[in-house]
Ligand binder design. Structure first.
Ligand code: GLU
Length: 423
């Protein structure tokens, strides 16, 4: 980051990638392009110090963030991440991608994201609770059911959302279930929320394959990341006749040409913390993982994984982005030149935030829907938005990512223009 301005990107950072994506959409925005600078600047970024008492009596400090990239179309919306690599630029990019994602699927939200730079595996459950509560209290200045609504992301889950809801509620003196999504069901959580992101990845992948005349039966699937997104997507691929032939996570990579037994892998991961050492597959070199021949490659881990060099070695028909920002700008170019279609994150992984929206609506009305109703509505919104993006891509002869940005950024900038500037 330069000393001059926090919006100056570090070359190759997620924020840099996002800004390059904005540059690409600019020629397709018509007169709305005069507002484009809006997209290059987060509206608001809050950096907080989070001091907590450790179990042994020492005090530790952590750095936390909540960035509201854009609020033109509604309150901020986006997850909270606990990870040792979290920094302001990363959270800015993730918040900006939420602006685009929420607009791409036409949810009445702006875009926001939060994070704490911490390795939660090094904390006890009590320390994690104290960290979560103090972080929530610090960002309490800017969140709220009509201001900005956090949700789970990397290394955060329903329990953490319960602590966030409780802390916010204690501070305002009333139970406010709608302040976060992804809560446990008894606290106003929504059925289907936990699996929604992985389900959406699968639904969009299946539709993209159908459009390319690619069969799911016996299709080979390679998945990076076996967390909440990758594991659910993998399971749905397998349940629909595909074979998951390779999986990578932070512990290593595994390969089984006949298809990995996912129930057994899930049990192994629950027991050991990762895919490495799984008896039902061969270990695989972490770089060779990217070369495994497949129909679907699903990066569902962290951003910046698929750069130029790896993109040159990919042997997939379709890349479906379960993670946010997994493909770099040069990686995108190489895949495009090689004729490998990329279904971008802002539509492929939008299932999670769509069901977060359902949760928020259900909390407001205190009326809860059945899981079938939720899944049907999820599919309708997601595939409707995907169709619009595909139509835009065909009409303008542009890649799906640029098309998704055209659809989304047009909505954001039209709202910006209609609201006008104050004063
Ligand atoms: N963290 C998820 C995402 O990146 C969900 C965000 C939300 O539900 O607000 O889309």
């Amino acid at each position: 980051m330069s000393n001059l301005s926090f919006i100056e990107p570090m070359p190759g950072s997620p924020w840099d990638t996002y800004l390059a994506q904005v540059d690409q959409v600019a020629p397709y925005l018509g007169p709305l392009a005069r507002w484009i600078e809006t997209l290059r600047r987060p509206k608001r970024a809050l950096i907080v110090d989070i001091p907590i008492m450790l179990d042994d009596g020492r005090v530790a400090h952590f750095e936390g963030y909540r960035v509201q990239h854009n609020l033109s179309r509604g309150p901020g919306k986006g997850g909270v991440r606990f990870h040792p690599a979290v920094n302001l630029e990363e959270v800015m990019a993730l918040a900006a991608w939420m602006t685009v994602k929420n607009a791409a699927v036409n949810l009445p939200y702006g875009g926001a994201k939060g994070g704490v730079r911490v390795d939660p595996a090094t904390l006890s459950r009590q320390e994690l609770e104290r960290l979560t509560r103090r972080y929530t209290s610090e960002i309490g200045l800017i969140i709220g059911p009509d201001r900005d609504i956090p949700a789970p992301d990397v290394n955060t889950n329903a329990q953490i959302m319960a602590w966030m809801m409780d802390t916010y509620s204690a501070n305002v003196g009333a139970t406010v279930t709608g302040v976060v999504a992804g809560k446990p069901i008894p606290l106003g959580g929504s059925l289907g929320r936990v699996r929604a992101t992985g389900r959406g990845v699968f639904l969009v992948a299946r539709e993209a394959a159908r459009r390319q005349g690619l069969a799911l039966t016996d299709a080979r699937v390679v998945v990076q990341g076996f967390g909440n997104v990758g594991s659910v997507a993998a399971e749905l691929f397998a349940a629909n006749g595909a074979r998951v032939v390779a999986v990578q996570d932070h512990t290593g990579s595994i390969h089984n040409g006949n298809g990995v037994n996912l129930a057994a892998l899930t049990a192994h991961v629950a027991e050991t913390g990762g895919v490495a050492g799984f008896a039902g597959a061969e270990p695989l070199d972490n770089e060779q993982f990217w070369e495994v021949e497949c129909e679907f490659l699903v990066p569902a881990a962290l951003e910046g994984q698929l750069g130029e060099e790896r993109a040159q070695r990919v042997r997939a028909k379709l890349v479906v982005e379960g993670a946010n920002g997994p493909t770099t700008q040069s990686g995108d170019r190489v895949l495009h030149d090689r004729g490998i279609a990329v279904v971008p994150d802002v539509i492929a992984n939008a299932g999670g935030v769509i069901v977060s929206y359902f949760e928020w609506v259900q909390d407001f009305s205190s009326f809860f829907w059945s899981e079938d109703e939720i899944n049907a509505r999820l599919e309708r919104i997601l595939l409707g938005a995907f169709e619009q993006i595909c139509d835009t891509a065909a009409q303008l002869k542009i890649p799906l990512r640029t098309a998704a940005f055209v659809v989304a950024c047009s909505r954001v900038l039209a709202a910006r223009e209609q609201r006008g500037l104050y004063p």
